[in-house]
Each structure stands twice: as structure tokens, then as C-alpha cells.
Ligand binder design. Structure first.
Ligand code: G6P
Length: 364
């Protein structure tokens, strides 16, 4: 299939904009009127562990999912980058499942990690975008994320579709393990059904985000902070920015700020704080205030309630729609992607083909 930019300046812009549609496709595919509809053979009951392995953006999707599997299913979770996992020779309990996430399904390190886990664990699950890929073929169960062809080297729609499929797996795990009732799962599925609409609303803030990005493009270093399931998104936001704008960026767990990165804060360092008004909001805000006390330039991404409570004294505030706590990492991925995209456009870099990077790394 030939994929076109369809009037967009870059594939990345097109792929960011496609998210309401492809997320809707993934949700409809895996969750119907009868609840979660995953292929037979995926059962988390009684498992001793779930191991998740991936590279790059897919790895951050796994890190996010760890919060969900633990919280929703009480399932012990290990997450690792494939290049470390494969050579560490980690022990894998026989009564466990290993899950490999890969957009391309061809990443050499992830494939090698899968082959290492084979014969050791009960089941190998692949979460892939390319259903004919090697990782899909070598998995016991392959779950397509249905993002459609992704051309931009910086992964966007594949990330949010990976998160969606992983969340559905975590909900299934919650049911299998008796940690969630059917009614609770249905409540989460109802929230999920509303997500594409919220993503549309987030996309509508593009003009505002582009203005913030134009200022960020002047910076040499940018920090991203988040707590809980927003921490992996801080890592992904930083990755996106460095990949395409070549601005040095780091993601940190908010609570780790005081253990190092706070030394970097001065008037020239934008700090993107990912803080929906959830149970950890006050903690994140107090970390944010430590940044402001040192004249860091805070860009607060939050909802209306969060902006009312903590917007004062920040450099910029971006107000996003209110979203169910579980879904915040998916929704807040949108402004993180747009921020990186517009910073890169402002700098005039090659957005779809950033220097030194490949879409799929099929050699070690
Ligand atoms: C490369 C790409 C990244 C991607 C990573 C893993 O580094 O540039 O965007 O996240 O590989 O790729 P995969 O196809 O396994 O998800």
C-alpha cells in the first residue's frame, strides 16, 4: 500500500492527527458490547509474573502498562529494554507470560529477547503494528494494534494504540485474577469509548501548543516530569523531543527531581510537568514549586481543576480535557507529541527522517 501525506506537511503530523480514528478502531476491535474481546488463549489467572520487553517508544508503553497490570490485576511485572534483557539471561518463571511490544515487529533486539523467552515461559504474546512481522509470527498469540502504517520515524499513533491494547490486557488480567468485577471493567470500557473524542479535543489545542513549542525550540535542555503512570510519559515526551528537534531532554519521576536534575534548573530550562488532577497531583505540584522557586520555566499540562489550583506562577499552562485517571497517559501523549513536532518544525529539522535514526532497527 502506498501511503500519502494527504495534505499534511509531514507524515508525523498526519499520524498524530489520525489518532482519534485509529484509537477508535483498536477499541472497537478489542472491546465490544459483551466486554473485552481478546483472542482465546490469553489467561492471566494464577500467573506468577508478566515480563514485558521492548525498545524505544514501545518500551515506554510497557513501562506505563506496568502501573496498570499492578494496580488493576495485582500482577507482578518486570519490564526491560530488549538489548539488556537478552544478554542478562534473566530467570523466567515457567508459570509466567512474556509480552513483546514492537511497532515494526522486526526489531532485532526485541526478536532475540522473544527467542530467549521461548520454551521458558507459558506463553509468548506479541503486541505489534505489522501483523505479518517476524515477532507476530513467532508469538503464540499476536495482537495487532491497528494503528495503520506508520511512516514517521518518531512513533506517535503506534504508541497510543500500544497503550490502548496494553490497557485492555491489564483489564482482562484484572478480571482473570478476580481483582476487578465485570461491572468495574465495563466502567473502564465506557471511559475508553469516550477517549477518541477527548483526543480530538486535545488535538484542537494544536495552535496553543505550537506557540509554546516555538519558545521551547530556543532551549538547550528541557526536563519532563511526571508521577505514577505519567512518569513513563515524561520519558516518552523527552524521547520524542530529542529524536526530532535534537534538543537535549530528560524525563524524570517528579520525586527524583531533588536527587539530581534540580541542579540543572535555571531561567533557561523549560520543565514540562505532566499533571492531571489525580491522586498524586499535590505531590507533583510540590515538585513543580521547587522548580519555580529556582526560576525554572514551568510548562504545566493539566486539566481545568489542576490549572485553577496550581496554575499560578507557571510560565505556560495547557489545559486538557478531564479524563479518567487510567487514561491520562494516552491523552497526555497528544500534547507531548505536538510539542516535539512543533519544536522540530520551528527548528527546521527533518521531522520524518531525523538524522542518525531508523524507523526499524533490524540489526543489532
Ligand atoms: C526505532 C524507532 C523508534 C521505535 C524503536 C522500536 O528506534 O526509531 O521509534 O520506538 O525503534 O521499534 P519497534 O518497531 O520495535 O517498536
Amino acid at each position: 500500500t502506498r501511503v500519502e501525506k494527504a495534505g499534511y506537511k509531514h507524515f508525523m503530523a498526519k499520524e498524530i492527527a489520525e489518532q482519534p480514528v485509529v484509537l477508535g478502531d483498536a477499541i472497537k476491535h478489542y472491546a465490544g458490547a459483551g466486554g473485552i474481546a481478546l483472542p482465546a488463549g490469553i489467561d492471566f489467572a494464577g500467573l506468577d509474573r508478566l515480563t514485558m520487553v521492548a525498545c524505544g517508544t514501545a518500551y515506554y508503553a510497557c513501562l506505563t502498562a506496568k502501573y496498570w497490570f499492578e494496580r488493576l490485576a495485582g500482577l507482578n511485572c518486570e519490564v526491560d529494554v530488549a538489548s539488556e534483557f537478552r544478554y542478562r539471561e534473566p530467570p523466567l518463571p515457567a508459570n509466567s507470560v512474556a509480552l513483546f511490544v514492537s511497532q515494526s515487529g522486526e526489531t532485532a533486539d526485541t526478536l532475540a529477547a522473544l527467542r530467549y523467552a521461548k520454551e521458558k515461559v507459558k506463553k509468548i504474546v506479541g503486541v505489534v503494528n505489522v501483523p505479518t512481522s517476524t515477532i507476530a509470527r513467532e508469538s503464540d498469540v499476536a495482537l495487532p494494534i491497528l494503528a495503520g502504517i506508520e511512516v514517521g520515524v518518531a512513533s506517535t499513533k503506534a504508541f497510543t494504540c500500544q497503550l490502548t491494547v496494553l490497557l485492555l490486557l491489564a483489564l482482562k488480567a484484572g478480571l482473570d485474577r478476580g481483582q476487578l468485577t465485570k461491572a468495574e471493567v465495563q466502567g473502564h470500557l465506557d471511559d475508553l469509548a469516550a477517549l477518541p473524542g477527548l483526543v480530538n479535543q486535545a488535538l484542537a489545542r494544536e495552535g496553543e501548543i505550537a506557540a509554546i513549542a516555538a519558545a521551547v525550540a530556543e532551549a538547550q535542555d528541557v526536563l519532563f516530569l511526571g508521577r505514577g503512570a505519567m512518569f513513563p510519559l515524561a520519558l516518552e515526551g523527552a524521547l520524542k523531543l530529542k529524536e526530532i528537534s535534537y534538543i537535549h531532554a530528560e524525563g524524570y519521576a517528579s520525586g527524583e527531581l531533588k536527587h539530581g536534575p534540580i541542579a540543572l534548573i535555571d531561567r533557561a530550562v523549560p520543565v514540562v510537568v505532566l499533571a492531571p488532577r489525580d491522586a498524586l497531583f499535590d505531590k507533583t505540584v510540590s515538585n513543580m514549586q521547587e522548580v519555580m522557586a529556582r526560576h525554572g520555566m514551568v510548562i504545566l499540562l493539566t486539566d481545568a481543576a489542576g490549572a485553577r489550583e496550581a496554575g499560578e506562577g507557571t510560565w505556560k499552562v495547557l489545559v486538557l480535557p478531564k479524563v479518567a485517571d487510567l487514561l491520562a497517559p494516552i491523552l497526555y501523549a497528544i500534547p507531548a507529541q505536538l510539542l516535539a513536532y512543533h519544536a522540530a518544525v520551528a527548528k527546521g529539522t527533518d521531522v520524518d527522517q531525523p538524522r542518525n535514526l531508523a524507523k526499524s532497527v533490524t540489526v543489532e
